[in-house]
Design a protein around this ligand. Structure first.
Ligand SMILES: Cc1cc2nc3c(=O)[nH]c(=O)nc-3n(C[C@H](O)[C@H](O)[C@H](O)COP(=O)(O)OP(=O)(O)OC[C@H]3O[C@@H](n4cnc5c(N)ncnc54)[C@H](O)[C@@H]3O)c2cc1C
Length: 299
């Protein structure tokens, strides 16, 4: 099928895009990489009268580091962020998440902001952002505001962005030394959206204990699930097999996923615990691997 007729707008500044959105918000859709929106248009599941293409707004494509943060413009392509030098040190969980998103051609077009604004509960970046307590910066006719990750994801495919607001950038705190991350997921075919995925990032002290554990799960709830009970189990000691099993059980006890066409809720709950133990073990290995080996792994 083909999309319904719409008027295409190509603003070159964020201000212009916001003015267009304010004028047409009830009938408009914002276009980023198009990897989710274009199928929706082609199947006529979305029928906007106006499409506002953000591709010409250079300011939204900036990726920069401050002394404490990695700041990712909403239009930074997933593939560019994935290849950004130093990503594994600054944001190891993002580095672990990107390769799991679809296939390289989709990541070449798909944007970081597009994936987060789309808010698919099976997607990798929303879970990584939730685990990392990312800060979302929205801009609209009333100015800019910051939204914490815990408040950004509201429901399945729904965020705290108002219809006349754009997501303009996402800020991630840069990781401390001795931090490692892993993203483990189960999907029917490589590159498909996962049935369940676990994003884990841990920081280890010199004595080997975990000082900071950050875990979020995809595919088990309408929004990315932050696994606080499992994080509490893991913090304060090295991740022994017993502790990993305890954390996996804490996660399973906290989840109640629904059955759907793709899997039963019981299957998703069980797999989530198994993936959690696997992801935390690998994240910890990466956090504690000697620097020389880490450099070899990254090259
Ligand atoms: C075959 C296939 C497999 C895929 N597999 C995966 C997968 O395994 N994991 C995964 O995470 N994703 C997957 N995707 C989706 C892909 O990651 C998309 O790139 C992403 O979800 C949307 O990003 P986009 O830049 O293409 O956004 P678009 O498709 O352009 O937009 C998506 C939505 O977000 C809105 N939006 C976009 N940018 C903004 C903004 N700055 N402010 C406000 N609203 C905005 C749009 O209006 C639209 O509603 C897959 C896609 C395809 C086609």
């Amino acid at each position: 099928m083909k999309p319904v007729d719409f008027e295409l707008h190509r603003p070159s500044t964020t201000r212009e895009a916001i003015a267009l959105l304010a004028e047409h918000s009830a009938e408009a859709k914002v276009l980023a990489g198009g990897q989710s929106l274009l199928p929706l248009l082609n199947f006529r599941l979305a029928r906007p009268e106006h499409v506002i293409d953000l591709g010409g707004i250079a300011a939204l494509g900036e990726l920069r580091r401050t002394s404490s943060e990695l700041v990712v413009g909403a239009m930074v392509r997933q593939a560019r962020a994935e290849r950004s030098p130093g990503l594994a040190a600054d944001a190891p969980l993002l580095a672990a998440a990107f390769p799991n998103i679809a296939h390289p051609p989709i990541r070449n077009r798909g944007t970081v902001g597009g994936s987060l604004a789309h808010a698919d509960p099976a997607a990798e970046l929303p879970a990584a952002a939730r685990a990392l307590d990312a800060v979302f910066v929205a801009a609209g006719p009333r100015g800019r505001r910051e939204i914490a990750a815990r408040d950004f994801f509201v429901a399945n495919l729904m965020t705290a962005l108002e219809p006349d607001e754009l997501l303009v950038e996402i800020r991630f705190a840069r990781a401390a030394p001795r931090t490692g991350a892993a993203f483990e997921e189960v999907s029917r075919r490589r590159g498909d959206f996962a049935l369940v995925g676990v994003a884990a990032q841990v920081t280890a002290a010199d004595d080997g204990s975990i000082t900071d554990a950050r875990i979020a799960v995809t595919g088990v709830a309408p929004t990315p699930y932050r696994a606080d009970p499992a994080e509490a189990v893991l913090t304060g000691a090295p991740p022994s097999e017993e502790r990993l099993a305890e954390a996996a059980d804490a996660l399973r006890a906290a989840l109640d996923p629904s059955d759907d066409l793709h899997a039963t809720g019981a299957y998703r709950r069980d797999v989530a615990g198994t993936l959690l133990a696997r992801a935390v073990a690998e994240a910890y290995r990466r956090a504690t691997v000697p620097d020389t080996e880490a450099a070899q792994e990254a090259s």
